[in-house]
Design a binder for this molecule. Structure first.
Ligand code: CU
Length: 233
């Protein structure tokens, strides 16, 4: 399933790929034309030469997904964070945390961190609770103090009808609260919504003109114990 939206000079292609094994793969494609081309040598330090007195300004694309799960019967969903402690050794211990209060979290390549939404009342044939794992694909991280939503990568909030857009929620989306960082305000999580960032750093190149090739980014939502064996043997 896909759609395309023009935002500024860019076109973004939003794909949702549903695989036979239950994996859901949201994919975002960026194309269109460069948004910012600088024309003075003083600005050259921020980008890459793409023509006579023209520099494509480097920039970060930040895409935020709002994932509102409801596994199994209504209710009983919980959010968990998993990671592996230690470093280097051959046997590293798994740690899990139930995010029962609204939480902002960061990616960790060193600790192999991932998250899942679990239905605490529904089990597969092995007796394991059914869940979906959120498996990020780590990109370049961009922390900008004046854009507080960039200071973390994953947000778990309790469902609220006014929390719609990750940024400019009140001004552009008619919602309640400024952005996803403000949605994390101590509520108990009984109906989890996960917000996930996908970022990439774009250093323009000659090939980006006239029209850019599609640049793809993605992450995966894996069924974890949704079935007791491989559903596609
Ligand atoms: Cu770009």
């Amino acid at each position: 399933m896909w759609s395309s939206a023009q935002i500024g000079a860019y076109n973004y292609v939003m794909q949702w790929n549903f695989h036979d094994d239950g994996t859901i793969e949201p994919v975002i494609g960026a194309t269109g034309r460069l948004q910012y081309v600088d024309t003075t040598s003083a600005q050259a330090q921020h980008g890459w030469p793409i023509g006579p007195n023209r520099w494509g300004r480097s920039h970060i694309h930040s895409i935020y997904y709002r994932l509102d799960f409801d596994l199994g019967p209504a209710g009983n969903d919980a959010a968990e964070q998993y990671e592996f402690g230690g470093s280097g050794g051959t046997a590293r211990r798994i740690f899990s945390t139930t995010l029962s209060t609204e939480t902002a979290a960061q990616y960790s390549t060193e600790r192999f961190r991932f998250w899942r939404i679990v239905d605490t009342a529904t089990t597969n044939a092995d007796g394991h609770p059914i869940s979906y794992e959120i498996s990020p694909k780590f990109g370049y991280l961009h922390r900008n103090q004046v854009e507080p939503w960039t200071l973390n990568d994953v947000y778990v909030t309790n469902y609220a009808p006014g929390e719609v857009c990750a940024t400019h929620n009140a001004s552009n989306c008619g919602g309640t609260g400024s952005d996803v960082s403000a949605f994390v305000n101590g509520e108990t999580v009984t109906d989890p919504v996960v917000w996930l960032s996908v970022t990439f750093h774009h250093v323009p190149r000659d090939e980006d003109e006239v029209n850019m090739p599609l640049h793809w980014e993605s992450f995966k939502l894996y069924p974890r114990d949704l079935t007791s064996v491989n559903p596609t043997p």
